[in-house]
Write a protein that binds this ligand. Structure first.
Ligand SMILES: Cc1ncc(COP(=O)(O)O)c(C=O)c1O
Length: 444
C-alpha cells in the first residue's frame, strides 16, 4: 500500500540504482533506459563528474534566494548557456522545469510587447499536435486533446495551426514546396487573427512526444522565422526536449541556422540530476522589459545553486564526452536499425526523427497510413511488453492524441552501437509478441 498517487493506477517496480544507460529495480532486474526517462537523462545516469560538482556545491550552499544573493553557480551556467545560443541571446532566466520555462517565455514575450507600446498583442499561436507543458498557461498553447480538453473552460483559448505532418497528408517532406505550404498556414492565421493582436509563435523545432519526433519539411523553419519577423511576432523555440544535444546539435535550431527571440530549455539541460529549466532571450528584449520596471515573474527556486552547478557540469560532460557528435552518429545508426525493424514488421508504418530523438508509428496499413483501432491500446501494450523484457521506451498517440500509436526511442546520448543492437533486438522480440497478442485480441 502506497500513500503516493500517480497519473494512473498502474504501478511500477521500485528503482534501486542507475548507472550509464542501465537502471536496476529492487529485485535486481536490469533495464536499458531506451527513452532517457522522459527524454531527460541525456548524459546517462550517475555520471561521476556531475555528482562531484554537485557534492562540491552542496558543501558550500544549497540555496540562496535570488532577491538576497547572486550565486557563482548560476552566473557560470548562464555564461555557458549564452555561449551555446545564437549571437545576441545573452540573457538567461532560470526555473525548475519545462512548464515553468514555457510560462516564463510567454510572460516575457507579453511584457516585451507592453514595453514596446504594443499592448494589443497577447495571442500566442502554436501548433496542433504539440506539447508545451502541464501548467494552465503552457497547456493553453498545447495541442493534445486528451490532456487539454478537461481544462478548456479554465484556460484562454489560443489560436493553433496544424503541425506539418507531411507523411499523413501525402506530401514530400524533402520538397521545399511542402515546407512553404505549412508555413503559409502560419501567415494565414496571423492575418486572420489580426497581426497587431499576435504576440508570439511557439514551436518545437523537432516535435516531441505529441507528434512522435516530427521533423519539419524542407524550408519550413526558415519560412516561419521570416513570417514572424514580417509581422513583428516573436518566435519562441521550445527546445525542452530537443536541446542539450538530443538531435545531434546542441540546439536543434542550429540545423536551420535560426535566430529566434526566446529559446526554452529543460530536460537534458540538467539531464535529471536536478530539476532545472531556463529561457534564453535576446538582450534587447530583456533590456526593454527591465527598463520598464522589470520582469513581473519568478519562482522561489529560480537559479538554485545546486541545480545550476549540476547544469554546468552536465554541459561540461556533453562537451568532454563529445555527446552532440555521438548523438548525430548514433542517431544515423539507430535510424538504419529502426528502418530494418520496419522492413521486418509491417505493423510499423513510419520511422522518423533527428539524432537520438527517434520514433516509429504503428499502423494498421502501411500504404493508406490507417491507424490501428485505438481500443487495441497498441502503444501501451508495446511499452509494457518491452518493459517486461528489460527495455524502457516511451509512447503516446500522434494523431491529436486519439489514435496513431507511436513509440519514442531516445536513449541517452552516451549509447554505443552495442547498446543500439540491444535496443533493437529487444524491440524486435517485443513487436513479434505484440503482433501475436493483437491477433489474439482481434479474435476475442
Ligand atoms: C517540448 C516540451 N515543452 C515543455 C515540456 C514540459 O516540461 P516539464 O514536464 O518539465 O514541465 C515538455 C515535457 O515533456 C516538452 O516535451
Amino acid at each position: 500500500m502506497s500513500h503516493l498517487f500517480y497519473q494512473t493506477a498502474q504501478r511500477r517496480p521500485v528503482l534501486d540504482q542507475a548507472r550509464g544507460v542501465y537502471m536496476w529495480d529492487m529485485d535486481g532486474k536490469r533495464y536499458l533506459d531506451g527513452s532517457s526517462g522522459a527524454m531527460v537523462c541525456n548524459i546517462g545516469h550517475s555520471n561521476p563528474h556531475v555528482l562531484d560538482a554537485m557534492r562540491r556545491q552542496m558543501e558550500k550552499s544549497t540555496f540562496g534566494y535570488r532577491l538576497h544573493f547572486e550565486t557563482e553557480a548560476s552566473e557560470a551556467l548562464a555564461a555557458k548557456t549564452a555561449a551555446l545560443c545564437p549571437g545576441g541571446m545573452n540573457k538567461i532566466f532560470f526555473v525548475s522545469g519545462g512548464s515553468e520555462a514555457v510560462e516564463s517565455a510567454l510572460k516575457l514575450a507579453r511584457q516585451h510587447a507592453l514595453a514596446m507600446g504594443q499592448g494589443t498583442r497577447w495571442k500566442v499561436i502554436s501548433r496542433s499536435p504539440s506539447y508545451h507543458g502541464c501548467t494552465l498557461g503552457a497547456l493553453a498553447v498545447t495541442g493534445y486533446a486528451p490532456l487539454t480538453a478537461p481544462f478548456a473552460p479554465m484556460m484562454r483559448a489560443m489560436p493553433m495551426i496544424p503541425a506539418p505532418r507531411a507523411y499523413l497528408d501525402g506530401l514530400d517532406p524533402a520538397d521545399p514546396a511542402t515546407g512553404a505550404h505549412y508555413a503559409a498556414m502560419l501567415e494565414a492565421e496571423i492575418i486572420a487573427q489580426g497581426p497587431d493582436t499576435v504576440l508570439a509563435f511557439i514551436v518545437e523545432p523537432v516535435g516531441g512526444a505529441s507528434t512522435g519526433a516530427l521533423v519539419p519539411p524542407a524550408g519550413y523553419m526558415q519560412a516561419v522565422q521570416e513570417i514572424c519577423r514580417k509581422y513583428g511576432v516573436l518566435l519562441i523555440l521550445d527546445e525542452v526536449m530537443t536541446g542539450a544535444g538530443r538531435t545531434g546539435r546542441f540546439l536543434a535550431l542550429e540545423h536551420w541556422g535560426l535566430s529566434p527571440d526566446i529559446v526554452v530549455l529543460s530536460k537534458g539541460f540538467a539531464a535529471g540530476y536536478m530539476p532545472l529549466g531556463a529561457i534564453a532571450a535576446r538582450d534587447d528584449l530583456v533590456q526593454a522589459v527591465l527598463d520598464q520596471g522589470g520582469f513581473l515573474h519568478g519562482f522561489t527556486y529560480a537559479g538554485n545553486p545546486l541545480a545550476c552547478a549540476a547544469g554546468a557540469a552536465v554541459i561540461d560532460e556533453i562537451d568532454r564526452l563529445g555527446l552532440v557528435q555521438n548523438a548525430a552518429e548514433m542517431g544515423k545508426a539507430l535510424r538504419l536499425q529502426l528502418d530494418g525493424l520496419m522492413a521486418r514488421h509491417p505493423i510499423i508504418g513510419d520511422v522518423r526523427g533527428k539524432g537520438l530523438l527517434m520514433a516509429f508509428e504503428l499502423m494498421a496499413d502501411h500504404d493508406s497510413k490507417a491507424p490501428l483501432p485505438p481500443a487495441l491500446n497498441a502503444h501501451q501494450r508495446l511499452v509494457d511488453i518491452a518493459y517486461d523484457m528489460g527495455l524502457i521506451v516511451y509512447s503516446r498517440r500522434t494523431r491529436d492524441g486519439i489514435e496513431g500509436d507511436h513509440i519514442m526511442v531516445c536513449p541517452p546520448l552516451i549509447v554505443s552501437e552495442a547498446h543500439l543492437d540491444e535496443i533493437t533486438e529487444t524491440l524486435d522480440a517485443a513487436l513479434t509478441r505484440l503482433v501475436a497478442d493483437l491477433a489474439l485480441a482481434e479474435m476475442a
